[in-house]
Write a protein that binds this ligand. Structure first.
Ligand code: COA
Length: 161
């Protein structure tokens, strides 16, 4: 069953800096595979499960959508040492007509969880919403994805349906 959560921004969201954790936007087609892999690994144990996506799915469901821009897909990168960065999470801001911001495919690799990656990505998305003048954000999840609900509630989202 789908659960819908919502948050109203009352002030500009602020980043809490984390040592060794950075964020960047979608850089081009090689990032399609990066995104697909993060999604695949992050939802590997999800119940209900999700269908595996191919690059064509990414094009159809994200890249070719009217709301998508590369600046609206973020990747969190963790410093692995020796100057190497590993992508450990992603989130996309989608826009439902009429101009309703929606959190789309938030995913953090299991090995990187509970280290503030999800929060970092959400603050990034919320700051962009704020910059665009939007104050209400919606996210749809699954009742079975309890980690996600706990996370969103911690981020200030309230269940509305
Ligand atoms: C939900 C998810 C994105 C959270 O990512 P994360 O990087 O672990 O989240 P953070 O470390 O930023 O967590 C921030 C706070 O949220 C809460 N939280 C996060 N995961 C939680 C869990 N499994 N159980 C309870 N609370 C949780 C905690 O209060 C946490 O703060 P704390 O670690 O200091 O206690 C991640 O678990 C995930 O990718 N899950 C699978 C995919 C998914 O469900 N995506 C959302 C689909 S709508």
């Amino acid at each position: 069953m789908v659960v819908v959560l919502s948050k109203v921004l009352v002030q500009e969201p602020q980043h809490v800096p984390f040592e060794g954790l950075g964020v960047r936007t979608f850089q081009g087609d090689p990032d399609i595979n990066t995104w697909l892999q993060v999604r695949e690994h992050s939802f590997a144990n999800a119940l209900p499960p999700i269908r595996s996506w191919s690059p064509d799915d990414f094009h159809r469901e994200i890249k070719n959508r009217h709301w998508w821009q590369p600046e609206r897909t973020w990747f969190a990168e963790m410093d692995e040492g020796s100057g190497h960065q590993q992508v450990v999470g992603t989130v996309t801001l989608s826009m439902r007509r009429p101009e309703q911001p929606v959190v789309h495919w938030l995913a953090v690799l299991p090995a990187a969880r509970r280290r503030g990656v999800g929060r970092l990505l959400m603050v990034q998305l919320e700051r962009e919403c704020w910059r665009l003048g939007h104050r209400r954000i919606v996210v749809e999840s699954e009742t079975g994805w309890r980690e996600a609900t706990a996370f969103y509630e911690q981020m200030g989202y309230e269940q509305i349906a």
